[in-house]
Design a protein around this ligand. Structure first.
Ligand code: PLP
Length: 424
């Protein structure tokens, strides 16, 4: 039954009492107010950080058509897929052309061959992950959002600040209270738990986007102890684990004793193997995780109900990544990006500018000189040198006064930008 009808003409709503905020209309439409939208989704800021960066870059280019843009703001990979991967995609596609090797719907959790390959990848580091606990998906962002289906709205979520915006946005969209643990220059942008503060769900990202900082085993052990004391769940985002160089640093939360009772790990081949446009990730939900109910069983049910699997062809390509040749091929690209990070970091060091990250992560997080504001410094770099970074404050209030550089650009761009940065 229709309770209200609002006619909007020339962008103006006929004055009827409206609950909450509605997105503004752009053309003449009829609006119905019976079905209620998710008001939490309207609490999100409309201005997404990366859209604002793109808008300012477009304005700069329009005003300076002859000036070269040196883009160190890229959050996407730029190297093409390794041949071993594209060959496998072709071979798997060919299988689909024959009745004997054709594949239709796949298993709910993903193909066993890929789940086993991922478990073996963990085992090589001595990490006990069971293939039965691995769920294949179309990427980490989707899993991070979809996991919200498992938790009641009445949970307090603890996020690092600054933070990958998806944790915040999905928590707000699903109506949860959000509190923050601040990253600072003093703690190296690795916030630690405060025993006086209770949280139910904790997001950790290591190596971190945006700061490039990486937790040590001892620090993660403190988080695991805190989670267990609080009956809380850790959602550990390991999307950049393949960039870790220091053999002492942990690649997985499951390197920490007790994590199998309080943590879910989310990972992806996007940055490890250049799969940002191919789409494949995984989530480890151990059967040893016991809250009110088994999160493993709940996630299985959720996947069976709302997901029909990552493409068989892509799962074949993903499995190839975990072979010895696959790992060697993807590490050639990771090395390329990490050399970019080294060049950026060395230039900043030469200029006497403090930075975090860049050694075990593809992001360098620099302190803006002279206590400059993030957006003001972004504009200055863009208009003086044509260098685009990403303003730290866009990742959270604790990012004010910092700027993120990504190492996913080409060597040529990075070297040109580094020459300017070294002379800042
Ligand atoms: C920390 C972090 N997690 C997850 C993702 C998303 O990965 P995917 O492409 O698998 O959705 C990104 C991508 O930028 C990221 O930075």
């Amino acid at each position: 039954m229709r309770h209200h009808r609002t006619v909007i003409q020339n962008g103006n709503a006929v004055p009827v009492p409206l609950p909450g905020r509605y997105p503004g209309p752009y053309f003449d439409i009829e609006r119905f107010d019976s079905m209620k939208v998710n008001h939490h989704a309207l609490e999100l800021e409309q201005n997404y950080l990366f859209s604002e960066v793109a808008k300012r870059i477009r304005a700069f280019q329009a005003e300076n058509p002859d000036k070269e843009l040196l883009k160190l703001s890229i959050g996407d990979v730029t190297r093409p897929l390794a041949k071993i991967i594209t060959d496998e995609i072709k071979a798997a596609a060919e299988d689909m052309a024959h009745a004997e090797t054709f594949h239709g719907y796949g298993a709910e959790q993903g193909e066993a061959f890929l789940r086993k390959a991922i478990a073996a990848y963990y085992h090589k580091r001595g990490i006990a992950v069971d293939a039965e606990d691995v769920f294949i998906s179309d990427g980490a962002k989707c899993d991070l959002g979809n996991l919200c289906d498992l938790f009641d709205a009445d949970n307090t979520v603890l996020l690092p600040n600054p933070v990958y915006p998806v944790y915040y946005d999905t928590s707000i969209m699903s109506g949860r209270r959000v509190i923050f643990g601040d990253g600072t220059k003093e703690n190296g942008f690795l916030p630690m738990p405060d025993p006086a503060v209770h949280a139910d769900i904790i997001y950790l990202c290591s190596p971190n986007n945006p700061t490039g900082a990486v937790y040590t085993k001892e620090q993660l052990a403190e988080w695991v102890a805190y989670a267990r004391e609080n009956g809380a769940l850790i959602l550990f985002d390991a999307a950049y684990e393949a960039y870790i160089r220091d053999p002492a640093l942990p690649h997985s939360i499951f390197e920490i004793e007790g994590a199998e009772t309080c943590a879910i790990e989310i990972n992806s081949l996007s940055k490890t193997a250049g799969f940002t446009g191919v789409r494949c990730g995984w989530t480890v939900v151990p059967r040893t995780l016991q809250f009110e109910a088994s999160l493993h069983d709940m996630w299985f049910r959720r996947m069976a109900t709302k997901y029909n699997g990552t493409s068989y062809i892509i799962q074949r390509a993903a499995a190839k990544v975990f072979t010895d040749e696959g790992i060697a091929a993807v590490h050639r690209d990771i090395d390329y990006y990490m050399e970019n990070a080294r060049i950026i970091k060395a230039a900043l060091t030469k200029a006497g500018i403090h930075s975090v990250g860049g050694e075990n992560a593809p992001y360098v997080w620099m302190e803006c000189p002279d206590h400059a504001d993030s957006w003001a410094f972004f504009d200055k770099l863009l208009y003086t040198y044509g260098i685009a970074g990403t303003p730290g404050v866009g990742f959270g209030t604790a990012g004010q006064g910092w700027l993120r550089f990504s190492s996913f650009g080409t060597r040529e761009t990075v070297e040109k930008a580094a020459a300017y940065l070294a002379a800042l």
